[in-house]
Design a protein around this ligand. Sequence first.
Ligand code: GDP
Length: 473
Amino acid sequence: DLAARMAERAADVVKYLMKQGQMVRVNDVLDSDTAELIIEDFGHIAKRVSESDVEEGFIDSDDPEEAKKPRPPVVTVMGHVDHGKTSLLDALRETDVAAGEAGGITQHIGAYQVKLKSGDRITFLDTPGHAAFSAMRSRGAQATDIVILVVAADDGVMPQTIEAIKHAQAANAPIIVAVNKMDREGANPQKVLTDLLQHEVIVESMGGEVQAIEVSALKKTGLNDLTDAITMQAELLELTANPDRPADGVVVESQVEQGRGSVATVLVKRGTLKRGDIVVAGSQWGRVRALIDERNQQLKSIGPSQPAEILGLDGAPEPGELFAVVDSEARAREIVDYRQRQKRQSASAAGTGGASLEQMLARLKTSESQEVPLVVKADVQGSAEAIAQSVEKIGNDEVKARVIHGAAGGVNESDILLAKASGAPVFAFNVRANKQARELAEKEGVEIRYYSVIYDLIDDVKATLEGMLAPEK
Ligand code: GDP
């Protein structure tokens, strides 16, 4: 490949390397530094692949409108622990009418698709939890179209309910509320809906636009109403994608299994993924040897919003990483080589792309967005609110601070993930971060600032906003 690109003979390149004491064959892979030396010695100019070359095909210009066809919605279930996320996902699985035709869903692959009586399809990501959702988003993958917020009718809005709302709002994903455990004595759906008001989730019965459905995952009631609500929401979103192009999408799960090698569940965002395609996923690549769905069936191809396991990658990409089909092995190698180099570089320059105040400001300066996002945790709800109010008054038409999440309590992992995904620093007022949160913040390059005097905190925000404006005047 290298010889061809230089318009030289492959044999000459091999000979050259042998003279240098490197025994290579024509199809061996060279590292990029060696390649660069060869190119120069042959009198050519090396052009390193840039990020935009590499990402081409991943964030390609949009498809023409007329090529786009409707696609099923992709739905994530979130909510407080024990409110019934897992039970609801299990129950929804049984709404599948295709179960009779093709055998039921037999294996957990991180996502499944159900076919409704109406013929509509819905794809559920069944890795519940805010961590998975944020991990995907922080890698730039907006996999979810709709968030189902599960709230137990006998327990009401709890801290992780609120976290889930923040995550959905930050991702701009519409919420459908599933008021679960309606079979329980003491179920009080009205209280759930009223409590949600405080968090800007205004359901239809209260004059808002959010659908709320009463269900029991245990007794399997209300499930059809819930799937109806999802299809209705999906229609409003007018979800479309072009199926007639090389596929790209997102990695949902992956692992290396004995005897099967690397197994990655992918979700196609657009295009059609076929057996035999060459795929790059994060910094792994390979030829798709098999496509297997949640019913353990071998498929020839999958289209937009459809999940499947793929076999054939040379390693396990991280959940949330993007994948795309490329046209040749050489191209795949080039991209992977570039990414691995980038990874090594960013590992040595710790903290790049993170969420410290400085990095965020640097990003803001070069972007249109002039809202400075902040995550605020405080010892009591009252202080969190007071801080949010004061901070949001600072600034002017050009720049403003916005508290995307303000709550009472110590800084936890969910805060860090939210901060990372939104590129926001965390302001901790009279509270500490727990060990897991500190480690995660360190790893993800999220800055946590600690304060014990409100005015210090506000002054800091003020100073930074003023600092941003100064150069323009
Ligand atoms: P998750 O932590 O949100 O995934 O919650 P689970 O699905 O594990 O449910 C937690 C507990 O609540 C389990 O014991 C379930 O059996 C129970 N549960 C879930 N849904 C319902 C329901 O609709 N009614 C009743 N009575 N119990 C439920």
